[in-house]
Design a protein around this ligand. Structure first.
Ligand code: G3P
Ligand code: CA
Length: 268
């Protein structure tokens, strides 16, 4: 699962657009998903957080400072924490100009808006629950938004959506609240600890610099919580030679800002 088999029998890793195709468009926006679609990339990784009025939005940093014009619009609200702004306030922000003038109209999407766009584009979602310790109860809210948008209707929704986090507690919470949902733990667990993570995870997502062929094989030798071998998603690989080397280690997925560059290097 999670990879395709070529005529030569070699598994080609799945390519995942990191924060959307964020090498070409502002991260965590609708246009970043569109750009991934234009590059024939089905799977899109984005980060979800929660506003002051408890709406779910896409944002990587826990502040709005880097990827919006919040500092200009709200000069007296430093450090511009996501959790200190209402969804109405965030909806006023420009989330594109920092990346390029042509993206001036881009807004911070809600999770619901983003799901709608992925549905229209026929894309799939690797959703990172970012800094869940700041947002108690966020897992149940995410599951509700996914369900309301029709993303959890399948008996096994994992063909279309995976929830992942650097927080093992958050991944475990997702699994307890919705056991059918496919999950991933971000990090590099010790081999001896893998079975414990496999009690609530289907995937392990290490930084690519942590990987060896032996470690990848050790992860895949453990069955995940849904009974399939744990999958390995490596992040974030943005050049062809590195992608080819990491694909050669046998990973299941490669997370990249430049899906076309990785595809050119590894096929798929
Ligand atoms: O999907 C994993 C990767 O996105 C984790 O790193 O900082 O880009 O969220 P970061
Ligand atoms: Ca992420």
């Amino acid at each position: 699962a999670g990879s395709t088999t070529t005529l030569t029998g070699t598994a080609t890793p799945l390519i995942v657009a990191h924060r959307g195709a964020s090498g070409y468009a502002p991260e965590n926006t609708l246009v970043a998903a569109d750009e991934a679609a234009r590059l024939n990339t089905e799977w899109v990784e984005v980060d979800v957080q929660r506003t002051k009025d408890h709406k779910l939005i896409l944002m990587h940093d826990t502040t709005l400072a880097r990827t919006t014009n919040a500092a200009a619009v709200f000069p007296d609200r430093a450090p511009w924490n996501v959790a200190d702004f209402t969804s109405r306030e965030i909806a006023r922000l420009d989330a594109g100009s920092w990346f390029g003038d042509e993206f001036v109209a881009e807004r911070v999407p809600t999770l619901g808006q983003f799901l709608h766009r992925l549905t229209a584009n026929g894309q799939k979602l690797l959703l990172e629950i970012k800094s869940p310790e700041l947002y108690p109860g966020v897992e149940r809210q995410i599951l509700r938004v996914l369900d309301d948008a029709g993303w959890l209707e399948e008996e096994y929704p994992g063909e279309r959506v995976v929830l992942q986090s650097f927080s093992a507690d958050s991944v475990r919470t997702v699994h307890e609240q919705a056991p059918e949902v496919k999950t991933g733990f971000l990090g590099t667990p010790k081999v001896a600890e893998l079975p414990a993570y496999a009690e609530f995870s289907d995937q392990i997502g290490p930084r690519y610099t942590d990987l060896t062929a032996e470690y990848v094989a050790a992860i895949q030798a453990v069955d995940g919580v849904h009974g399939e071998p744990l999958e390995v998603n490596a992040w974030t690989i943005n050049d062809g030679p590195t992608a080819a080397r990491i694909a050669g280690l046998g990973v299941d997925g490669i997370i990249t800002n430049f899906p076309d560059v990785v595809r050119e290097a590894i096929g798929g």
